[in-house]
Design a protein around this ligand. Structure first.
Ligand SMILES: [Zn+2]
Length: 150
């Protein structure tokens, strides 16, 4: 198996719902997202996936979803009122408390696999790992335990 890894920065605000501590307050991070793709073999050019294709097909979509947005759990009482006040798409309601662990799980198990399938890459490629760094010292990693040999 071969893997390629790309790192990508996004900025986003969030808060943790039902959390007792300073992370219950709205605040932001410059997140570093690390995506690792795996393939049994390279393509005809000798690549798992062209780094520029990773950027265009996957990371640009991540930018549209979360970059410079406020991520709030859809059960958070702040979510709907803030969406109503702002009248725009800057508040992104997510179906989970926006911890680094849950963000990594969502990206690795749902968001990126759907994009790979939509772009016709899922026959040959899979997401192996997603790491979400909240700070340079703190990160959470989702691992694909569902990887089948292709
Ligand atoms: Zn935080």
């Amino acid at each position: 198996m071969l893997t390629v890894t790309s790192r990508h920065k996004i900025s986003a605000a969030h808060r943790l719902y039902a959390y007792d501590g300073k992370c219950e307050h709205l605040h932001g991070h410059n997140y570093l997202i690390e995506i690792t793709l795996a393939a049994e073999q390279t393509d005809a050019l000798g690549m798992v996936m062209d780094f520029s294709t990773i950027k265009e097909c996957l990371l640009a979509e991540l930018d549209k979803l979360w970059d410079h947005r406020t991520l709030l759990y859809d059960q958070d009482p702040l979510c709907r009122p803030l969406q109503d006040i702002l009248h725009d798409t800057s508040v992104c309601a997510v179906p989970f408390n926006p911890t680094a662990e849950n963000m990594a799980t969502f990206l690795g198990s749902q968001f990126f696999p759907k994009l790979l399938a939509a772009k016709g890459f899922s026959q040959r490629l899979s997401i192996q790992r997603i790491t979400v760094f909240e700070t340079e010292n703190n990160s959470a990693t989702w691992h694909n335990h569902d990887q089948t040999s292709r």
